[in-house]
Design a protein around this ligand. Sequence first.
Ligand code: DP6
Length: 359
Amino acid sequence: MNTDQFLVKSSLEFIDKASFTWQTPSNIALVKYWGKSNPQIPKNTSISFTLNNCHTITTVDFIKKEKSNEVAFNLFFEGKQKDEFKPKIAEFFKRVQEYCPYIFEYELTINSENSFPHSSGIASSASGLSAIAMCLMSLEKEINPDLSEESLNKKASFLARLGSGSASRSIEGPLVVWGNHPEIEGSSDLFGVQFPYKVHPFFENYQDVILLVDKGEKQVSSTVGHNLMHNHPYAESRFIQANENLGKMSKILQEGNAKDFINLVESEALTLHGMMLTSTPYFILMKPNTLEIINKIWEYRQENQSNICFTLDAGANVHVLFPENEKGNVIKFIDKELSKFCQKKHYICDTVGFGAKKL
Ligand code: DP6
């Protein structure tokens, strides 16, 4: 794998200070990433819808200082100093320092906030780390005028991946593939790429309502979950299946087959949780209300000839996916039948989005 392309080869023209603000979205996988090897290389290809309303806004201030051996940074989350988040970010800087040697020349102050409540059970690592990656790339662009716009996004996704795998899929939109796949031109294990084929209009402006079933901290982090795939008895067949599903999903997205989409998306969600149920040690991230909601969605779909379906990420919350023309009816259904299964009846309405925005 050619990681050399991400090394800084030009001589840099340092500036005294700079400040950049980026808004980067969360994403929801249709074919799931679950299992990786070092350094953050996925065991199978995944594809996600980029979201729009669930995002992180991050400002990084860079002040030039004497060069040091460690990255100097301060971290604020929603205006408060957050030292407990520092180890994850410090680890991220360690992984990217080879590709961003300029970070040793600056003191960084990171100010971050999410559009969704912190304790919503919505993973913020994808949006959080892609935002920092974009800020680093904005600095790199200032001090390395040779950097092209195209290589900027590619390297941002490459850096984001080193922080959190799914963050590689949060730079662009509306559909991003991460992981090398023979049927997806340009795909790579190193960074996410926009789905390269024409998508059927059925998926335009697709809707995602996130039902907040459990806002608490997860008992098992994604990182621990990924690691449990190493000795998992079904891992190898799961990776083969996921890559086959990616090929199927590519065809579905181009042809607009709603039934096949629903079957594949729900099967992927349940398979992800099936992997958790069959890990050693086993664990369950779904809650009773997750299953209540799934059953109600199936009932509603049957009774209304609807194209509504669900997916799950590594938690108890349910993502309800449906085409834009069903919005009115589905929101009524959610209000009446599903919101009672959410903590404080709380849910978030989102749509597919187009990726990182510089503010
Ligand atoms: C279930 O990207 O959070 O959401 O690479 O360890 O940071 P790390 O894991 P992370 O895993 C996400 C897993 C998932 C499925 C997906 O988004 O594809």
